[in-house]
Write a protein that binds this ligand. Sequence first.
Ligand SMILES: CC(C)(COP(=O)(O)OP(=O)(O)OC[C@H]1O[C@@H](n2cnc3c(N)ncnc32)[C@H](O)[C@@H]1OP(=O)(O)O)[C@@H](O)C(=O)NCCC(=O)NCCS
Length: 180
Amino acid sequence: MKDPVRIEIARPADAPAIAQMSRDLIEYSLPWSWQAPRVLRHVQRDESTVITSRWRGEFAGFAIMRFGVEEAHLDLLAVHSRLQRRGVGAAMLRWLEDSARVAGTSVVHLEVRETNHGGRAFYRRLGYRRVGRVPGYYCNREAALCLARDLWEGRDAQIAPAPRSSPWTALIAAPGFIPR
Ligand SMILES: CC(C)(COP(=O)(O)OP(=O)(O)OC[C@H]1O[C@@H](n2cnc3c(N)ncnc32)[C@H](O)[C@@H]1OP(=O)(O)O)[C@@H](O)C(=O)NCCC(=O)NCCS
C-alpha cells in the first residue's frame, strides 16, 4: 500500500506556512521568534535542512534541523493538530536522522518546553533521553528540557559513518532522495 506520508525538502514559498505553524503550535504564549524571514534563511542555508510533510497530499507539518560536524540540532518540528497521531512526526524525525547518519553525525540534540507533555512523550518514544534542563530558557518564562539521541546506539559496530567529507548536503537535497 502506498505510504500516506510524503516528505519533501521545503521551498522558499513554504516559509510563511512554516512560521505560522511554529507560532501556533510551538511558540504559543511566547514571543514569535521563528517568523518567515528566519525560516527562509534556514531553507536557503546549506547547514540547515528544512522539510515539509504531506498526509495524503495535504500539508501536514515541517521540521528544521541544523547539521554540525559531529552533532545535529533539531530546532523545530510540528504536525497540524488534526493530523497528529498518524505517524507523520515520527516519519519526519526518522527521515532527518537517516540524513544525519549519511552525514556522519553521531548525536541529535534538541530542546523541548518542560510543559509540552505531548512533545516529551513523542521524543521519549523515539529514543530521546533527557541530558539536561535549562531554567528560564524560553524568555525567562519556562524551562527547557535538553534531549539527545545517539544515532549509532544499538547498530552494528561494523557500519561506519560516512566520511566527513562526503557530499551529503547535495545528496539529501537531491530530488527524490527519501531514506528508507
Ligand atoms: C509532537 C508532535 C510533533 C508529534 O507528531 P505526531 O505526528 O502526532 O506524532 P506520531 O504520530 O508520529 O507519534 C509517534 C508516537 O509518539 C508518541 N506520541 C506522539 N504524540 C503524543 C502525545 N501527544 N502524547 C503521548 N504520546 C505521544 C506516541 O507513542 C506515538 O505513537 P502512537 O500514536 O502509535 O501511540 C505533534 O504532536 C506536534 O506537532 N505537537 C505540537 C508541536 C510540538 O510539540 N513539537 C515538538 C517540540 S518542537
